[in-house]
Design a protein around this ligand. Structure first.
Ligand code: ADP
Length: 318
């Protein structure tokens, strides 16, 4: 699956995958209407469901003392009963809690009770870019520049800390009320500095936009994030992922060949950017600085704001 729907069941809460948890055989424990953290004394009212992931259900939560809204990931302990699963969550939390950036989903707090683990995050109530693509099919080039400029800043921050996200995709680019982009989901992320070569080669889970060198088990470095960024940009402009086919085998073969069809109705700088990112050789691939300095972002029109109506209809630029 070269698409944005591979690893997770209904990762963006669209309801397309019905087996994402509620239908699982285990008896589902209702998430309480009021969630209390006995340690901090904070309580949260559970509001609407924002989405579901592989393990988590994500709700809008209101801090009862401040009325501030958050996104709360609720992970039933029954779903992370195996030590390896629990360790994965703990690693994700340990990494995410250290991150503070304008274009990274803010981590506020985490705690647990008998039933669940709770992760309190910045509320990205306009969901994610995958959701927008589902409504809009394709985006205009100025919109893609708007989103990319912010995503690139977030990724630059992560790479600067030695963190490879390893699952950059439209479903992990979240949007706030004011249409600010925030990178989220650090479930596959890794700190390059802390990892030995062996660990870097083991992937626990399949990234959606898997790079050729990752398929060939030649490691998973910063360049793999750049490949994924290229795939995400392509998907926004073309309305489908670059290497998607009916069979995974064919998709992987195309990735290894670097075989994709360039969308025709794009300006030269867009095509050049895609070519430079969807480059088979990780050493020849465009770097993050290459993206921020690229004509696509420096020579073309980049909107400074987008109206939230852009989630469902094509915006008009003056
Ligand atoms: P999992 O790690 O269990 O797969 P995700 O991190 O993918 O869970 O979250 C599941 C879903 O919850 C996401 O696809 C999205 O719809 C929603 N979600 C996650 N984080 C946020 C957030 N900060 N703001 C709003 N919605 C979110």
């Amino acid at each position: 699956d070269g698409g944005d729907s591979g690893r997770k069941k209904d990762g963006d809460g669209s309801g397309n995958n019905k087996d994402a948890g509620s239908n699982s055989k285990k008896v589902q424990v209702e998430v309480p209407a009021t969630i209390a953290d006995s340690e901090s004394g904070k309580t949260y009212n559970r509001l609407r469901l924002l989405g579901r992931g592989g393990f988590a259900k994500c709700y809008e939560l209101r801090d009862t003392s401040t009325n501030v809204l958050f996104a709360g990931k609720v992970i039933p302990k029954t779903r992370v009963a195996k030590p390896a699963q629990r360790e994965k969550i703990d690693r994700e939390v340990a990494l995410h809690r250290t991150l503070i950036h304008r274009h990274v989903v803010a981590f506020h707090h985490s705690f647990e009770d008998e039933q669940n683990i709770y992760i309190i995050l910045e509320n990205c109530n306009r969901k994610c870019l995958a959701n927008i693509i589902r409504h809009r099919k394709t985006l205009t080039e100025p919109e893609v520049r708007y989103y990319l400029r912010q995503v690139a800043e977030g990724v630059k921050y992560l790479h600067g800390l030695g963190i490879v996200h390893r699952d950059l995709k439209l479903g992990n680019f979240f949007l706030t009320e004011n249409m600010d982009v925030k990178i989220g989901d650090f479930g596959l992320a890794t700190n390059a500095a802390e990892e030995g070569e062996d660990r870097k080669r083991t992937i626990c889970g399949t990234p959606n936009y898997i790079a050729p060198e990752v398929l060939q088990k030649k490691g998973h470095g910063y360049a793999a994030d750049m490949w994924a960024l290229g795939c995400a940009i392509y998907t926004m402009l073309a309305g489908r992922p670059p290497f998607e086919t009916a069979s995974l085998k064919t998709t992987y073969a195309r990735i290894l060949e670097g075989h994709y069809v360039m969308p025709t109705r794009l300006v030269t700088s867009s095509k050049a950017l895609l070519r430079a990112l969807l480059c088979k050789d990780p050493l020849q691939r465009l770097t993050l600085d290459g993206v921020t300095e690229h004509d696509f972002l420096t020579k073309e029109f980049v909107p400074t704001r987008l109206p939230h109506t852009a989630c469902t209809v094509e915006p008009r630029f003056p």
